[in-house]
Design a protein around this ligand. Structure first.
Ligand code: SAM
Length: 335
């Protein structure tokens, strides 16, 4: 089998598939409250096209894990069918989803039955009022219901993704960890990255991994002996706590900006309109939709995907003076 290798010896086995650029929330660090143009429908891959690209990735390019994201993947109509098709592939990839959790209380069971293995739910605050301010939508209770539904359906370990912002929710780290521990969820803090549609990210304003860990000091976190491997999160053990499976409880920090892990990156990304991105911060994309729609063979598409990955840069370059924020915001790339 061929693989998705790059010039620096990395091999991509983890595919992030964005299923839509649309979302039912408007998180300030991702999307503007109004005025972001959606991708025209005809540019979005059909369910069959998504299925074909995932099949090529798994059967011909060595991809072993597929994470569905967006925008908000739960609002994609064909989601269950797309997951079922991916689960039928051989070798069967690990299937997960990153979601804001709205509607997950209803969908968790059917998603599990279709073959979904795991879920990450984004939750930045325990306060409904702050949630409204941060997302411009009054849906906090729905997210909490979604988390509970995921756990009930066995989509475990249920992970929570949290982005902290100075003066907005950076005082909540200890409470959020308490909430996660009490419910058997695994919490991971993500440093805010320059991927907002408004281009307002400011390095000096972001809450760093160091600051996050300092605010968790009362928990007496201990270094985790389990190797991080290619996972983006550095994890710490939380003494005196176990997770839902009875294992020592952990908390993670994804220090994408201040503690980059590009050297271990094993990701390849597909946007909802069929463009391969070899990095979240890539400024160039490779068009697979055009190849799909012009009748090219699986082998041609696999070759184009490999070429796209070969050009992956050594690092995201956020600290480089020549760094350019990608034209697309996170919602259109797929987080
Ligand atoms: N709608 C889904 C959700 O809310 O999880 C999936 C898409 S969202 C873009 C995926 C993840 O990216 C979320 O956990 C979100 O918090 C995170 N995210 C979005 N913009 C970000 C940014 N500028 N920096 C860091 N994380 C960001």
């Amino acid at each position: 089998m061929s693989v998705l290798a790059d010039r620096f010896g990395r091999v991509a086995t983890d595919l992030r598939v964005s299923l839509t650029d649309r979302c039912n929330l408007r998180c300030t660090y991702c999307m503007p409250e109004e005025g972001l143009a959606w991708m025209p429908r005809e540019q979005q891959l059909t369910d069959d096209e998504v299925g074909r690209l995932i099949r090529i990735a798994v059967e011909q390019l060595g991809v072993t894990g597929v994470r569905f994201t967006g925008g908000e993947p739960l609002i994609r109509r064909g989601l269950i069918g797309i997951i079922a098709a991916a689960a039928a592939l051989q070798p069967r990839p690990k299937l997960s989803i990153t979601t804001n959790g709205i509607g997950l209380d209803r969908l968790a069971g059917p998603l599990r039955d279709a073959g979904l293995d795991r879920v990450n739910v984004s939750l930045d605050t325990l306060s409904p009022a702050r949630f409204l301010k941060l997302t411009h939508r009054d849906r906090h209770a729905d997210v909490l219901k979604g988390l509970a539904g995921a756990a009930r359906a066995g989509l475990t370990p249920v992970k929570i993704n949290t982005v902290l912002m100075r003066g907005v929710n950076d005082d909540e780290a200890p409470e959020l960890l308490r909430f996660a521990l009490d419910h058997g969820y695994q919490l991971r803090f993500i440093e805010q990255m320059p991927l907002d549609a408004q281009h307002q990210w400011d390095r000096h304003e972001m809450v760093t991994a160091e600051a996050i860990l300092a605010s968790l000091e009362p928990y007496g976190l201990l270094p985790d002996s389990v190797s991080r491997g290619t996972a983006p999160a550095e994890t710490w053990l939380v003494p005196g706590h176990v997770d839902a499976a009875g294992h020592p409880a952990r908390v993670g920090v994804i220090g994408s900006v201040t503690r980059p892990f590009c050297g271990d990156c094993d990701r390849t990304r597909l946007t909802a309109d069929g463009q391969v991105r070899n990095c979240l911060f890539a400024t160039e994309e490779s068009d697979l939709r055009g190849l799909l729609r012009s009748g090219r063979s699986d082998a041609d598409i696999a070759k184009a995907w490999q070429t796209a990955m070969w050009g992956k840069r050594a690092g995201h370059g956020i600290d480089d003076p020549s760094f350019l924020q990608p034209a697309r915001p996170m919602s259109a790339i797929g987080g």
